[in-house]
Design a protein around this ligand. Sequence first.
Ligand SMILES: Cc1ncc(COP(=O)(O)O)c(C=O)c1O
Length: 463
Amino acid sequence: MEQWQGAMEGMVIRMDNLFENMTEQQAREQILKLVEEYCNTYHNQKKEFVRGQRIPYASRVYDSREMTNLVDSALEFWLTSGRYTAQFEKAFADYLGVKFCSLVNSGSSANLIAFMALTSPLLGERQVRPGDEMITVAAGFPTTVTPAIQYGVVPVFVDVTIPQYNLDVTQLEAALSPKTKLVMAAHTLGNPFDLGEVKKFCDKHGLWLIEDNCDALGSKYVIDGKEKFTGTIGDVGTSSFYPPHHMTMGEGGAVYTNNPLLHKCIRSFRDWGRDCICASGQDNLCGHRFDRQFGKLPLGYDHKYVYSHFGYNLKATDMQAAIGCAQIEKFPSFVERRRQNFERLYKGLENVQKKLILPVPCENSVPSWFGFLLTCREGVERKRVVEYVEDHGVQTRMLFAGNLTKHPCFDQMRAEGNGYRIVGELVNTDRIMNDTFWVGVYPGMTDEMIDYMAEVITDAVRS
Ligand SMILES: Cc1ncc(COP(=O)(O)O)c(C=O)c1O
């Protein structure tokens, strides 16, 4: 008979009938104990840092809790959104201090839904319609802007400031037109944009504000005397849980709001465009499944199949949510470590300020840094610096698209001269495209790694 030595208490486990005389719960506990042991044995082994060893700009930080949650969810085999999704949505909303959170399958999906929610006819006069305008920036990630373009809303690009790398609020009034309906922008690499000014501008002109919070989870901003998390000050906030981000579930994202009507629209767009709010597998929560009248449908048409929007299916699975439930518990410690890493790297690079511009946090903010942005001063060639840093094992990144309007996806619009507007000149955006790069500060980095990074970057610009 095939046997193997179990990891727990020297137990011998027979392979032909592993769970004989066990309840399902006991069997599950045994599997999860083995998974924990497996994770502790083969993952996350602390190795001493060796100079020159690759330092990635970001990485997952996890322990056996994430892995046991994942397997627990797999054993349950519910697969689509279920109890872990509900648990995560509540825990995440509680952390941020918002009323409503919807888990989705990526940050890009979160942006898509946040934007599309504003196109709902349920919003009456404030509905965003094709041909309207959205103020945003070109120095960032494409999927902050993509939903607007796909829907036929015109992005209006304003420049950013250096060394904050966020939208230049002095350009907002110049960007405004009678067609402006919203501002949608990201808090760049954890540094909040000037939410005080942007919110004031939006309130003054009756505009929606979507905060792409995908790179800034845990950042705080003081507004009207109150400290709030970024993503919770505008009408809708979005997060990404792709592995390099502040926390992960492999792929995943979230959309959050305090506005019940927007929440209804968000859920509808996420869940096929349906009107019904029953969770997966649930029926007749409202008790009116067969007695209402919608659109031109016959009276009593099954509410489960009534569509109030042209929606998508952008739900995440419960396995992703299960990982998220473990991540959110340790999340505050991630933010703290990111801040410490940023401070240490900043100190290590203070002496190179004649060559490189160091990042500056937005006033009234406490950033939860995603990365450490550096812009080469005149006479310092980025290509040379980045090659040196990479050759010495430190992974670098550009500020995503640099100037999004220069990318091939804009070729047709650029050639035809329509589909977007630029306010003034994107001088700093172009500067970022040419002279800026960043390195990581993720919580898995040790002090030795940070010190080595500072040393390598310093060497790269010495000469
Ligand atoms: C600012 C910003 N928004 C949105 C996204 C998209 O997130 P995801 O990769 O989960 O689709 C990213 C991705 O890194 C991002 O940096």
